[in-house]
Ligand binder design. Structure first.
Ligand code: GSH
Length: 91
């Protein structure tokens, strides 16, 4: 469950280029005009480690949501990520 009361201060997408679900999310960030940092878990192994440590599993795509008070949430599932991004873009 993501915090719908606060706007994120930073968004980062853990992904890789061989993942079709990641491509769907990436397309949606482009269409919505959102700035989302890309963190590639194949090209940068430390990103995969971060993902497992922070989110609990190595599955991609995963959106790391940081709030102004430094709280962090990890959102898995492409459909949930896209819904969340649409909400953020609509604010
Ligand atoms: N239902 C998930 C499927 C994601 C998925 O299957 N990701 C694959 C890459 S395309 C993966 O990370 N598999 C490795 C793992 O689950 O650890 C979604 O829509 O995001």
């Amino acid at each position: 469950m993501t915090d719908s009361t606060q706007k994120p201060s930073h968004l980062a997408l853990y992904e890789h280029e061989l993942c079709g679900f990641c491509q769907m999310v990436r397309r949606s960030t482009a269409n919505l005009g959102l700035e989302v940092e890309s963190r590639n878990i194949l090209r940068e192994p430390r990103r995969r480690q971060e993902l497992i440590e922070g989110g609990g599993k190595g599955m991609v795509p995963c959106l790391r949501i940081e709030y102004p008070d430094s709280r962090v949430e990890w959102l898995y599932e492409s459909a949930d990520i896209i819904d969340y991004l649409k909400r953020v873009a609509g604010d």
